[in-house]
Design a protein around this ligand. Structure first.
Ligand code: PEP
Ligand code: MG
Length: 802
């Protein structure tokens, strides 16, 4: 079988169905395509059901360099597959497509396309079209897609069909809002299937009103300078949505007596405490100074936005919560009420949320309706920031099992694992935001337990739960309590072995390798610490400021960096200066659109173009870094002059802090990312200018192979193991070793166990990766690094080392 073609994973409740489907497909393709089954539950898969961990394992086997397409039968197969995508390594998740195609026809069509060398997206498209032949034969074929056209009024439009089985739910809608804001164009979306709209693209709430379901056709229309680009980009987003989105929570559908939905692995047993929510009491006093009141509201919104970033990092959840927080439906109402009716900020925002919640609650899409809970959560946070709502009332007393009725994400983010042994929630599903946060925090949890607990006359005194199976015990018998406690102790012992890991793997008869973590939020910094990382090898600061409308100030940045440092006390932290540009467009930088953004004003080039912004960031880093081992790293370096220019600004920043009497870190090590082939080729000449090198294999690969990273058709070229890339890595290692400069690798390739071993073979002793990859790379290194690396035989320092 070949790992050079796209692989398939068949997820079915029935092992027999999956195996038979595989047989049908392999009749067409022989063993040209890897087709893995993740089907059935129980010891031998004999029971009907699906298991997210089995899907993770199947993906790991099926997704080679080209990725994998997953076909699912029905119901919870989809949920399990979505959960698996959250659990599997990010590099595999990025090249996995969940297909809404029909199970049998889709699998056969996809296998044939994969065997013919189809790309990941082509194979996924083929799976989706699995019913076309049948439809044509029965005269039910869908109309052909409509191309971009221009109307007489100079309007550009394109129709796009929604393939996401959950319709245009909140996350894709938020992505549309966020992407639309990047174009100089007036854009509207209309649902051509049910006639709703057109609606503007500045509001998730407005888009919810389109009632856009799977199979509906949306017309995206625009006028203005970038109309055509906007229409194409948004139509592509609509079509893409669902190929990688999480599904809507299924609430209690899976709950059965004695068993809820498994959410976060681990067992727990202990006293039961109900989550108490404080009641809101809003004062309706009016204000004399509406301008000051609006300023208060803006400050509260900024604060909540920072909280969201800190809780969710840079993922879609942050984008969606950020979009809801500042949704124009809410803000227009709130501002009007403050300026025209002199309402106070709290009551005005509350009224705006009420209006938005009404719109959401009447949406056709159940997932959109379910977002009302997120909206209320955000409202509470804003009211808290305005001093108008009490802090969340979390249980006091000894560690306990928390019994909640729809835990809010902000509550989940604040739970202290030392005090909350586990969570049983009456509602919720595996992909709810609270679930994702609980998994991240390692708190065992079962959701969807209403059938079990709702009708009890009073809360149980004690609860037991197994977050891996979904089992819940109400007032468990002493024997069960003892068994659960024993299992919990075993789990703790296993975790402790991770906790005693301090970031160094010594390879038998080889070097000692430090495993560092990449982070983009305080939450990830905490995860890095828990994973036993040596330190943070790459803090991606631009991720803190993706969705803002204005430049972050020095104080705000210093606070954020201090939060990261506090989350990982005592560890060395490498803070990278803003790496904006390319696919990371920060609207507040107002960079004019570029033909080739990856080759344009990116990374340090942009920072040097805006020296004031760079100086502000450097001052913030120096202030936050006082008394800590903080190192500064600059991205996208191509020449020594860029490093020297940065040093001059760094010195200016330190002088300014001295002049203002603000204590700060000094001196500070300054290193560079090696991402541009020129920097790798000239590494030897750059050594006098730097304290360390960190190789960003993501960009180094894209620039070396001239293949845009993330380009759906160029996945085969996104290969950091290509001899040309390894040759460049070898050169940097050699230059670093000769001059006594540390060299690390911090691109995604460091998280790939095989490539990590190859880098170690090339002389790398410092790897930085996503926290979740550390355990896996640690295990693989001990096993593999002693083997000779698969390096180019033909040229370069890699060859010279052997
Ligand atoms: C890289 O390019 O490898 C890297 C780590 O930087 P980023 O992915 O943030 O561009
Ligand atoms: Mg990079």
């Amino acid at each position: 079988m070949s790992k050079t073609t796209v692989g398939l994973v068949l997820v079915s409740h029935s092992r027999a169905l999956a195996e038979a489907t595989r047989k049908l497909a392999t009749q067409m393709t022989g063993d040209a395509v890897i087709i893995e089954c993740a089907a059935g539950v129980g010891e031998a898969g004999e029971e009907l059901g699906t298991d997210a961990m089995a899907i993770v394992a199947a993906l790991e086997r099926a997704a080679g360099a080209q990725g994998a397409v997953v076909l699912m039968d029905l119901g919870s197969a989809l949920l399990s597959a979505e959960t698996a995508l959250e659990l599997v390594d990010a590099s595999i998740a990025a090249k996995t497509r969940l297909s809404s195609g029909p199970f049998v026809e889709g699998a056969v069509a996809a296998a044939v396309r994969a065997a013919g060398g189809g790309s990941l997206d082509e194979v996924a498209a083929e799976a989706r079209r699995g019913l076309v032949a049948k439809e044509e034969q029965l005269g039910e074929a869908a109309p052909a897609p409509v191309p971009v056209e221009k109307t007489a009024e100079n309007e550009t439009w394109e129709d796009a069909e929604i393939v996401d089985p959950h319709g245009l739910h909140a996350r894709p809608a938020a992505r549309i809002v966020s992407r639309a804001s990047q174009f100089d164009a007036k854009i509207t979306v209309e649902n051509r299937t049910n006639g709703k709209g057109p609606r503007t693209t500045d509001s998730v709430i407005a888009l919810a009103g389109l009632g856009a379901r799977c199979g509906h056709v949306l017309r995206i229309a625009a006028t203005g300078r970038e109309a055509e680009a906007a229409v194409r980009a948004l139509a592509a987003l609509v079509r893409e949505a669902g190929t990688k989105d999480a599904p809507p929570p299924q609430a209690t559908a899976e709950a059965t007596k004695g068993r809820g939905i498994p959410i976060a692995a681990g067992v727990a047993v202990g006293p039961c405490v109900r989550l108490q929510r404080a009641t809101l009491r809003l004062s309706d006093h009016s204000v004399d100074d509406p301008a000051a009141e609006l300023e208060k509201l803006t400050a509260a919104l900024d604060r909540v936005e920072r909280e969201i970033r800190s809780a969710f990092g840079r993922d879609d959840m942050a984008t969606m919560h950020g979009a809801l927080l500042r949704d124009p439906v809410i803000l227009r109402t709130a501002r009007e009420l403050v300026t025209e009716s002199r309402h106070n900020a709290a009551i005005a925002y509350h009224s705006g949320v009420n209006r938005a919640a009404e719109a959401l609650a009447s949406a056709d899409d159940p997932y959109m309706r379910a977002r009302v809970a997120d909206l209320r959560d955000i409202e509470l946070a804003v009211l808290r920031a305005l001093g108008a709502a009490p802090a969340v009332a979390l249980p006091e007393g000894p560690p306990a099992i928390l019994l909640a009725d729809e835990l809010l994400p902000s509550e989940a983010a604040r739970l202290d694992p030392a005090r909350v042994l586990g969570v049983v929630d009456l509602r919720g599903g595996p992909t709810s935001h609270a679930a994702i946060l609980l998994r991240g925090a390692g708190i065992p949890a079962v959701f969807g337990a209403a059938a079990l607990l709702q009708d009890l006359p009073e809360s149980p005194a004690r609860l037991g739960l197994d977050g891996g199976t979904g089992e819940v015990w109400i007032d468990p018998a002493p024997a069960i309590t003892a068994a659960l406690e024993r299992r919990r102790a075993e789990e703790r012992a296993a975790r402790l072995s991770a906790a005693t890991f301090h970031g160094k793997v010594t390879i038998p008869s080889g070097p000692t390798v430090e495993l560092w973590a990449n982070a983009a939020s305080p939450l990830e910094a905490r995860a890095a610490k828990e994973a036993g990382a040596f330190g943070i090898g790459l803090l991606r600061t631009e991720m803190f400021f993706l969705d803002r409308s204005d430049a972050p100030g020095e104080d705000e940045q210093a606070d954020l960096y201090a939060e990261v440092l506090a989350a990982f006390p005592g560890a060395p932290i490498v803070i990278r200066t803003l790496d904006a540009g390319g696919d990371k467009r920060l609207p507040w930088l107002h960079v004019p659109p570029e033909e080739n953004p990856y080759l344009g004003l990116r990374g340090i080039r942009l920072s040097l173009d805006r020296p004031d912004l760079l100086e502000t960031q450097l001052r913030a880093i120096l202030r936050a870094g006082r008394g800590r081992d903080v190192r500064i790293m600059i991205p996208m370096v191509s020449t020594a002059s860029e490093i020297e220019a940065t040093k001059a600004i760094l010195a200016r920043a330190a002088n300014a802090l001295d002049a203002a009497g603000k204590p700060h870190l000094w001196p500070v090590p300054l290193g560079i990312m090696v991402e541009v082939p020129a920097a790798a080729l000239l590494a030897e000449r750059l050594t006098p200018h730097v304290d360390f090198f960190s190789i960003g294999t993501n960009d180094l690969t894209q620039y070396t192979l001239a293949a845009e990273r993330g380009h759906p058709r160029l996945a085969a070229l996104a290969d950091a193991g290509h001899p040309a890339v390894l040759d460049l890595v070898g050169r940097v290692v050699k230059a670093g070793q000769a001059a006594g400069r540390a060299v690390s690798v911090c691109g995604e390739a460091a998280a790939d166990p095989k490539l990590a071993a190859t880098f170690v073979g090339l002389g790398i002793t410092r790897l930085s990766m996503g926290p979740a990859a550390i355990a896996r790379v640690r295990a693989a290194l001990a096993e593999e690094a002693t083997r000779p690396p698969e390096t180019p035989k033909e040229t370069g320092p890699a060859a010279a080392r052997r």
